[in-house]
Design a protein around this ligand. Structure first.
Ligand SMILES: C=C1C=NC(C(F)(F)F)=NC1=N
Ligand SMILES: [Mg+2]
Length: 217
């Protein structure tokens, strides 16, 4: 899958732990219908076994393939290869980005979390295709999230990078604050609960796509 920064516009992240009362498969289908542009499968503190994780991943992977949506796996490069994912996302305490790039090869998408310009530069140096910057605001989806760094931190990275580079903001983003992340220079927003906790995930994705789209840079 050829990656461009436009894929980051509405980046939906979900695992079974985010859908205690619904079927993750239904939620993904509704999110795609609502206009998400990229998907990350992120099993975290999940009560699925690894074999159940592979089975769910295969199903979600096929749905993304049908709709030509990039399918990214969080943390686990082995799971990404097993699922023939389009890429992997790793944080600063996960498998080293340089090693993951060597494992997945040059044609898969590599995303890396960054909180500041040093981590951003390091990620680019290690072969990242995009960086995820956050947490933008208080988040309920990441139990070990650090303090919010707010859109100003994303703007500082954007201003210090020598070249344009794909940046997605993440952390507590909703349809009402997404414009702040875009105005700070993000190519898009990554969300979990804004969609998984919505009464109507399709409508929630549409509202987010509208909020992001309305602040075209
Ligand atoms: C911790 C994370 C930070 N950023 C991102 C993304 F939005 F994809 F960049 N995904 C994560 N799992
Ligand atoms: Mg991680």
């Amino acid at each position: 899958m050829a990656f461009t920064s436009s894929h980051l516009r509405l980046y939906f992240i979900m695992g079974s732990q985010d859908c205690p009362d619904q079927d993750p498969i239904d939620v993904l289908e509704q999110a795609i219908a609502g206009g998400i542009t990229m998907f990350q499968f992120r099993e975290k503190n999940s009560d699925l076994t690894l074999s159940e994780t592979v089975a769910l991943g295969r199903h979600l992977r096929e749905i993304c393939r049908q709709h030509n949506i990039p399918f990214i796996v969080n943390d686990r490069a082995d799971l990404a290869l097993i699922l023939d994912a389009d890429g992997v996302h790793v944080g600063q305490e996960d498998l080293p980005a340089r090693e993951v790039r060597r494992l997945i090869g040059p044609d898969k998408i590599l995303g890396v979390s960054a909180e500041n310009i040093a981590e951003a530069r390091q990620a680019i140096e290690n072969g990242a295709d995009y960086i995820g910057v956050g947490p933008m605001f208080l988040t309920s989806s990441k139990s070990d999230a650090r303090f919010p760094i707010y859109p100003e931190a994303l703007q500082a990275i954007r201003e210090q990078l020598e070249e344009p580079f794909p940046i997605v903001g993440i952390g507590g983003i909703t349809a009402s604050n997404a414009h702040k992340v875009m105005a700070a220079g993000a190519d898009g927003v990554a969300v979990i609960s804004a969609i998984t906790k919505a009464e109507d995930p399709k409508r929630a994705a549409e509202a987010l796509a509208q909020a992001v789209g309305s602040t075209k840079m």
